[in-house]
Design a protein around this ligand. Structure first.
Ligand code: AMP
Length: 462
């Protein structure tokens, strides 16, 4: 397996990655970092959740640091365009985290907030600017930004830009840039318009792709259980006691110590379980695997790294004791219960801290995961969210009906001038979530009539 060092990253970046607990590059990082460090143009087909931000941000940081220059006034050396302000904010934060041991400057600009502060932030120029297209065009119009000095240009989520009607703005922006630049384009899909655009914008690009993750997820019956962190072990025991069909389950924890703790608790309660992770000897791992495969052991508790590459058939359930922070890992995990076309069941525990991971996972798989009623009773604060997670009517025979792109629903026209564009939405309004005014459920359920209550109860029992 390639390491970040082998990909050619410099010590300040390696230090920052170690602090973030990034142990190995994701596939898109493995394929993109080296050509980008060499200055090649690149087209990356990858969804959010694959680690694509680091795939382009790390080489950018390294290239700018290696060729340190004064930042041009009212401009930047690397420009990253993002379709939404939420994503722009996330990218800017990642750039800050990865570049924390370097002396590079960065800024983020998007619509919906005062332009004056942004003009001031750009006055002396920055090394890296993350921007949404509309606001950047405004800044150029007000002579607060010059785009002709840009040395590296990233167009992120190109297909979403297209969905949101930004392509015209992007054409304008690119027309103003110098042709002597490195261009990087990332897109989850490659519609005709984007393919044509990339022919115009990029020179002899390297093409890299990671498999879409949504398809695996469609075959697995998935459920989320909201739970307080401290009650996760108790919840696992309850599930195992209540449901004998959980007879060969792979349980995932985030850390090695977490895996050991879970096994200890299970064994103390009379349930056969073994852990596999990097701290175990080869012997111990092989024994655990053999006991699990042969049915002597009901549960195998693993970390992502340890589970990679092990081949286990006929897993009855995947249980995510902890949700992973990389959505792709979620899909790989649950894919283990749906091997060779067989359907499987995946149950994920989600505590308060993990709700952001859940949002990322749902965005990547483009599914809302149904919520299962907890045998320990509901976590009161998540009750309002349950109503909107009711399964959608099946469409095209698929569960979790909504399958449109994360951008505007297919067939829906771009928003008119009266409605805020996505990059003008307040950061506190998460994408794709309904506002409180639409949320009929109340924490105590008192706003519901008997029919709806019965429907909800029936759904929980499914
Ligand atoms: P992205 O696709 O860039 O939105 O990244 C998805 C998530 O994966 C983010 O939370 C990143 O912090 C995390 N991530 C990216 N690369 C790695 C890695 N190599 N190891 C662990 N986590 C990563």
């Amino acid at each position: 397996m390639t390491t970040f060092t082998e990909l050619g990253l410099c010590p300040p970046l390696l230090k920052a990655l170690a602090a973030e607990n990034y142990e190995t590059p994701t596939p898109i990082q493995g394929q993109s970092i080296t050509p980008l460090l060499e200055g090649r143009d690149l087209i990356g087909i990858a969804q959010t959740g694959t680690g694509k931000t680091a795939a382009f941000a790390l080489p950018i940081l390294q290239r700018l640091e290696a060729d340190k220059r004064e930042t041009p006034r009212r401009s930047c050396r690397a420009l990253i365009l993002s379709p939404t302000r939420e994503l722009a904010g996330q990218i800017a934060e990642s750039v800050r985290v990865y570049g924390k041991h370097m002396k590079l400057t960065s800024a983020v600009v998007y619509g919906g907030v005062s332009i004056n502060n942004q003009m001031r932030a750009l006055a002396n120029g920055v090394d890296i600017l993350v921007a949404t297209p509309g606001r950047l065009l405004d800044l150029i119009g007000q002579k607060a930004f010059r785009i002709d000095c840009v040395e590296i240009f990233v167009l992120d989520e190109a297909d979403q830009m297209l969905d949101m009607g930004f392509i015209h703005t992007i054409r304008k922006l690119v027309a103003m840039m110098s042709v002597k630049r490195q261009t990087i384009l990332f897109s989850a899909t490659m519609p005709q318009e984007i393919a044509e655009l990339s022919k115009k914008f990029l020179r002899d690009p390297v093409q890299v792709a990671v498999t879409p993750v949504a398809t695996t997820a469609e075959r697995v019956d998935q459920k989320i259980l909201f739970v307080d962190t401290a009650r996760k072990p108790e919840l696992l025991l309850r599930l195992l006691n209540d449901d004998p069909s959980i007879n060969k389950a792979l349980v995932f924890t985030r850390t090695k110590h977490g895996a050991d703790r879970v096994v200890k608790r299970l064994v103390a309660s009379g349930i056969s379980a073994a852990a596999i992770h990097g701290n175990k000897s080869q012997n111990a791992r092989e024994r655990a695997l053999f006991d699990f495969k042969s049915g002597h052991c009901r549960l195998l508790v693993a970390t992502d790294i340890a589970a990679r590459g092990i081949d286990i058939d006929a897993v009855s359930h995947v249980i995510n004791f902890d949700l992973p922070n990389i959505p792709e890992s979620y899909v790989h995990r649950i894919g283990r219960t749906a091997r060779a076309g067989a359907d499987g069941i995946a149950i994920s525990f989600c505590d308060r801290e993990e709700r952001a991971y859940l949002r990322d996972i749902e965005r990547t798989t483009r599914q809302k995961i149904p919520v299962m009623e907890s045998p320990l009773g509901a976590v009161p604060e998540v009750l309002p969210a349950l109503e909107e997670r009711k399964p959608q009517p099946h469409r095209h025979g698929k569960p979790n009906g909504e399958r449109h792109r994360a951008g505007r629903p297919q067939g829906q026209k771009p928003k008119g001038p009266g409605q805020p564009r996505r990059d003008e939405r307040k950061p506190s309004e998460p994408r794709g979530e309904r506002g409180p005014q639409n949320n009929a459920a109340r924490p105590d359920g008192s706003g519901e009539n008997a029919k709806r209550k019965a429907k909800r109860a029936a759904w929980f029992k499914r």
